[in-house]
Design a protein around this ligand. Structure first.
Ligand code: HEC
Length: 200
């Protein structure tokens, strides 16, 4: 018969027949630590999964993201999709940018594709600035959407979106432009728009 006893550390030591002193434990018996490690790993994965899914766009952010990534029917600023070097006032690290307007917002552009001075953008206007990285890929979308009835709209009816290309929210719309508005209210803005000032 095979007997044994638990050591203080919880490891079971077998005694072989006729043996009274402890023998080296077989590694397979050390299950306690393995179970602990597995449980910890599981918890870590659940935690990371929750953090990730929290930051993935949903609600208003998801709507903004879907509208911004659907690229058909837009007009580019100055009628050109070339990548512009970020300006001195851009306030983001990505080296390039370009801005486009949906059909409703484009009613506020002149024939050269610049915003008409004094414009007030109508409901449904969508303006998307693509923040572009060194590989010429979109890294993040900066979005302005005129939708006064949204509970995420600011006092001027604009909803502010800041969402990475992979759908992770950088700045939630529910913050109502708290991180954006003061800069966008600088001299020469047109209903918040700054392209005319920095790319005249
Ligand atoms: C430090 C100043 C600054 C902050 C903060 C800032 N922006 Fe801007 N933004 C600019 C400038 C300057 C432009 C004009 C293009 C450029 O030079 O990058 C611009 C352009 C834009 C445009 C294109 C429309 C236009 O003509 O202005 C959108 C959309 C936009 N920003 C959204 C946002 C959002 C959303 C936030 C907040 C998460 C934000 N911006 C925060 C400076 C800022």
């Amino acid at each position: 018969m095979l007997l044994g006893e638990y050591s203080k550390s919880g490891i079971f030591h077998y005694f072989y027949p006729g043996q009274t002193s402890k023998v080296t434990p077989a590694p397979v018996i050390n299950m306690k630590n393995k179970t602990k490690t597995a449980a910890l790993l599981c918890l870590c994965m659940i935690f990371l999964g929750t953090v990730y899914s929290c930051k993935k766009a949903k609600g208003t952010d998801k709507e903004l993201f879907d509208m911004a990534t659907e690229t058909g029917g837009f007009t580019w600023y100055k009628n050109s999709d070339i990548l512009l070097d970020k300006s001195s006032g851009s306030g983001h690290p990505q080296p390039f940018l370009r801005t486009r307007y949906n059909a409703i917002a484009a009613t506020q552009l002149d024939a050269d594709g610049k915003v008409i001075p004094g414009s007030l953008f109508p409901e449904g206007s969508l303006v998307v600035k693509e923040l572009i990285n060194n590989s010429s890929a979109v890294d993040r979308y900066a979005i302005l959407y005129k939708n006064a009835s949204s509970h995420d709209a600011d006092a001027n009816g604009w909803v502010w979106g800041y969402i990475n290309a992979d759908g992770i929210v950088a700045e939630p719309a529910s913050n109502q432009g708290a991180a954006c508005i003061s800069c966008h209210l600088q001299d020469e803005h047109i209903d918040y728009m700054l392209m005319n000032k920095y790319f005249p």
